[in-house]
Each structure stands twice: as C-alpha cells, then as structure tokens.
Design a protein around this ligand. Structure first.
Ligand code: 3MF
Ligand code: MG
Length: 344
C-alpha cells in the first residue's frame, strides 16, 4: 500500500515579509484567518510554537494558558486540523540572551526549563505529544564564553527534566549549525541522536530534520534523513531549500536543487516515513516581493513539488537502476535519473 502523506506547516510560514534590513511589507493575517487557509492549501497538520497558541505566555497564569489553548483546540477541531508539534520559543525573552538551557546564569537556565514545562502543558491541552526543541541560542558568539562540554550536560539535564515532567511526550530535536548563534552546540542530527541515546528515555527522544539546516552544515539532507531513519528517530521534517552557505533562506522545497529534493523524497518513501503518523512538514518563507493576497503560494507549490517528485520516485525503473548498479555504471545511473527527472 502506498503511503498517503499528510502535510503540515506552521503559522509563521505565512508572514509579513520583514527581514533584518527592512520592515514588514504586507499586512498580517490574524491567526483565525491562517487556520482557515490550511485545508484549502492541502494541509491537515499544524506546527506550533507555544506562543503561536498562547501569546505572552510568560505573563499568564496556568488557568489563562489552558483557557486560551482550549479556544485554539476548538478552532483546530472546526477545521479538521491536527496539531503536529509544539515548540517552546526559547529565543526571544530577555532571559534567554545568553542561551536558554545553556545560559551561564542558573536563574536563566531555570527560566528556560520552566517555560519548556509550560509548553508541555499547552501541548497536552491541545492534544499533542510532540515537543520540538530548536536549540536556537544554545551556542556561542565566542568560544571562551562557555564550556562546550558543560553545555551538552545542561541540554541533557533539560531534556531529562522534561521527560520526567511528562511520561507521554516525545522530544524532537531540530538541529541547526548556526544563526542566530555563530556556532551552535547541536549542529547536526548525529549530535541530536547522540543526546537521545544518552537521555533517560532514548525511545522518547528523536529528531526533526530541516533541509536548509543540513545544507548550512555542509551536509546532504537526504543522507541526514537516512541516518535518522536508520535509528528510527526521524519523527518530523522541515522540507525547504537553500541556495548555498548564507543566511537561512527557507526557500520553497526543490526551488534551488530539484535533484536534492528528489533524493529527500526518495529516502523518505523508501524507508516508510509517514507510516507511523509522521507528517511531511514544511518550513518555507514566501518572497518579500509577493503581494499579500498571493503570499501562500510557496506552501501550495512546496507541497505540489513533493507530490510531483513522489511520482518520480515511484515511477523510476528499479530494474534499470539495479542493472546500472550491478555493472558499476554510475555514469549511466546518473544520466538515467536526470532524464527521468526531465520527463524523457
Ligand atoms: C529556525 C527554524 C524554526 C523552527 C521552529 C520550530 C522558524 O531556523 O527552522 O522556524 O523550525 O522554530 O522549532
Ligand atoms: Mg525549521
């Protein structure tokens, strides 16, 4: 039976176009409008930051968090949407200037853990077991400011504390090698999976791979995915594209390198990704030049590109490929794939 893929994105993927050099260029869609777009674009899953669900979390009581979460849950039910993941936003508070779990100040590390526990409470209330940790500020601008070995211990302590806080949640580490930090402590999926095995409950710690983050680490995203799939730890993906080593671009999936995108789809498909309920998540940004009423096209096209490439994965002739492999004619295989992708 062919996998029926389910797709997700986060509300931040519909945005106003601000970048570090210029302000917003489009009026925002409010959250209610955004949740209304999902089904029409072909998406059934929604990714969240904790404060996408409850704005200004730090100023609210537990009762207020739960009440706002219930409202959002009702909206999701109305639209037939599943909350795929919830991620604590640990990079905007004045208390995470020096990192979150790895801040040098104990009070700041305590804040980060407390905020993460609130994220778990929100996830529970909305009916989601997947907590994503994008370790945005766990790293350094200069090496001498922290202990790199000690930092690993701090991150692991936080993960273990969250596993102990809730017996059901799973933690998905989303590695990224840089930005906002000069250098991050958990730059690749190999690092993340090392932490998973060192944790108090390895079966509940896995990863989320973003294509652009792997590319920024100088790595091939499909191989990174294969590595995590072997360990049965690829629990989500953020598909997108990236034009070389520069700022994190979050371009539409396949828009820079179609063959690299083809190989991500191939590895997911060949390893049964999605059969245990995993979503095909996107993390894409629309171009700053795009008019507001056309500012969801990157989502539509990224999903369509996945499906178009899926057809290419399902229709390339394995016997032909196998014959090239058996005779070690990789030049032949290379050209066969190119012609297949070009529809020849
Ligand atoms: C940063 C990212 C983030 C994370 C998101 C979920 C804005 O490079 O990719 O998206 O995916 O915060 O943790
Ligand atoms: Mg991402």
């Amino acid at each position: 039976m062919a996998t029926e893929y389910r797709f997700s994105f986060g509300p931040w993927n519909i945005h106003e176009g601000a970048d570090p050099f210029g302000p917003s260029v489009r009026e925002a869609f409010d959250f209610d409008e955004k949740v209304g777009f999902y089904r029409g674009l072909g998406f059934v899953g929604i990714q969240f930051h904790d404060d996408d669900i409850v704005p200004d979390i730090d100023d609210k009581t537990h009762a207020q968090l739960m009440s706002r979460t219930k409202t959002v849950k009702a909206q999701l039910d109305n639209h037939g949407l599943t909350p795929e993941v919830v991620a604590p936003r640990l990079w905007e508070s004045p208390q995470t200037l020096d990192g979150a779990y790895t801040a040098n100040a104990a009070t700041e590390r305590a804040y980060a853990l407390e905020r993460s526990k609130r994220c778990v409470d929100i996830a529970n209330e909305i009916g989601c077991k997947n907590i994503v940790l994008w370790l945005a500020r766990e790293g350094t601008y200069i090496r001498e400011s922290k202990s790199s070995s000690g930092a690993v211990g701090y991150i692991l302590d936080a993960i273990n504390a969250l596993l102990a806080y809730d017996a059901e949640i799973r933690i998905l580490i989303e590695p990224k090698p840089n930005e906002p930090m000069d250098i991050a402590y958990i730059p690749t999926i190999g690092h993340a999976i090392g932490l998973a095995y060192a944790s108090a409950d390895p079966g509940r710690v896995g990863g989320l791979i973003e294509s652009a983050h792997a590319i920024l680490a100088g790595l091939e995203p499909s191989d990174e995915m294969g590595y995590a799939l072997y360990h049965k730890k690829l629990w989500s993906v953020h598909l997108n594209d990236q034009n070389g080593l520069k700022f994190d671009q979050d371009k539409a999936f396949g828009s820079v390198n179609l063959r690299r995108a083809f190989n991500q789809v191939r590895v997911l498909e060949e390893n049964g990704y999605g059969r245990n309920g995993e979503f095909v998540g996107l993390d894409v940004k629309v171009m700053r030049t795009q008019p507001r009423e056309l500012s969801t096209k990157h989502l539509l096209s990224s999903r369509r590109t996945f499906l178009n490439l899926l057809e290419k994965v399902r229709t390339y002739d394995r016997e032909v490929a196998q014959a090239f492999i058996a005779s070690r004619d990789y030049e032949g295989l290379d050209f066969y794939i190119l012609e297949h992708l070009l529809g020849k």
